[in-house]
Ligand binder design. Structure first.
Ligand code: CP
Ligand code: NVA
Length: 300
């Protein structure tokens, strides 16, 4: 593994290696065992979109690993003034040991990786959110003791989260069912990958997707960059809410995951959210541990 651009690039074993190291680093942190595996190393963090979790977990994680992280807002760097990504990649490769980037087009991340001589980590694009899904898988495994054979369902927009959950879930042997409204299905490249797996189903009926699920996952209906479509999307996603009625068809001990931020009353009710808050905030915490594992494996 040279970069983490999207889960489609990783083997099942590479995903499991990240989860295993994530578990170990979490254990070490909780038991006060220092793990300065990236002492003296520096991570650049390029943000072209807002963030709470990604920024804080990467920055804190780098500190805990003995390294340093730099926040690079695109607006306050030459990136926002149009300096070609090929040049940014070659310059930053001479200062840093790794780059985390959050941006719009997946192509920008791929181009950065193609031109950099250091590892690139995708901290969210319109296409994928691999770091989040690694944390989700880590959380599910922690709660359920395994991943293989479990049924995960995703209810809502076929967005970056849906794309990464489908690929990540199928690669670790889960069954994955997705319910999205017509016109809001996951990416075609992801569906082409998924359709080779017998455990995959794409449906329009949320209750069908959630039936007997071990894990129920949702995400916002309007992602960053789609704010203007919010009203139109609210209408299109009517009926795609994770609520008690939907949870009633899932397994009685089903978990709920949400990458956050959540819009209570839209994609999830406050009732379901609060009933599963422990799992959801564990998921947020696991961003830290999973990403530290990614950085150690790529930059160590
Ligand atoms: N889930 C997630 O990526 O959160 P932030 O947008 O706060 O980084
Ligand atoms: N789908 C959401 C995820 C936020 C973490 C977005 O892209 O805005």
């Amino acid at each position: 593994m040279k970069h983490l651009l999207k889960l489609l690039d990783l083997s099942s074993q590479e995903i499991l290696n990240i989860l295993n190291l994530g578990d170990q680093l979490k254990y070490e942190l909780k038991h006060g065992i220092a793990h300065p595996r990236l002492a003296g190393k520096t991570l650049g963090m390029i943000f072209e979109k807002a963030s709470t979790r990604t920024r804080v977990s990467f920055e804190t994680g780098m500190y805990q690993l003995g390294g340093h992280a730099l926040f690079l807002s695109s607006k306050e760097s030459q990136i926002g003034r149009g300096e070609p990504v090929q040049d940014t990649a070659r310059v930053l490769s001479r200062y840093l040991n790794g780059i985390m980037i959050r941006t719009f087009a997946q192509e920008e991340v791929e181009k950065l990786a193609a031109n950099a001589s250091i590892p690139i980590i995708n901290g969210l694009t319109d296409f994928a959110h691999p770091c989040q899904v690694l944390a989700d898988l880590m959380t599910v495994r922690e709660h359920k003791g395994r991943l293989e054979g479990l049924k995960m369902c995703f209810i809502g927009d076929g967005n970056n989260m849906a794309n990464s959950l489908i690929v990540g879930g199928l690669k670790v042997g889960m069954q994955v069912s997705v319910a999205s409204p017509q016109g809001y299905e996951p990416d075609a490249e992801v569906l082409a990958f998924a359709e080779k797996h017998s455990g995959f189903a794409l449906v329009h009926n949320p209750l069908e997707a959630a039936k007997d699920a071990d894990v129920v996952i949702t995400d916002v209906w309007a992602s960053m960059g789609q704010e203007e479509e919010a009203a139109k999307r609210c209408k299109a996603f009517d009926g795609y809410q994770v609520n008690q009625e939907l949870m009633a068809v899932a397994k009685p001990d089903a978990m709920v995951q949400h990458c956050l931020p959540a819009h209570r009353g839209e994609e999830i009710t406050a009732e379901v959210f609060e009933a599963h808050a422990d799992e959801i905030f564990e998921e947020a915490e696991n961003r830290l541990h999973a990403q530290k594992a990614v950085m150690v494996l790529l930059m160590g």
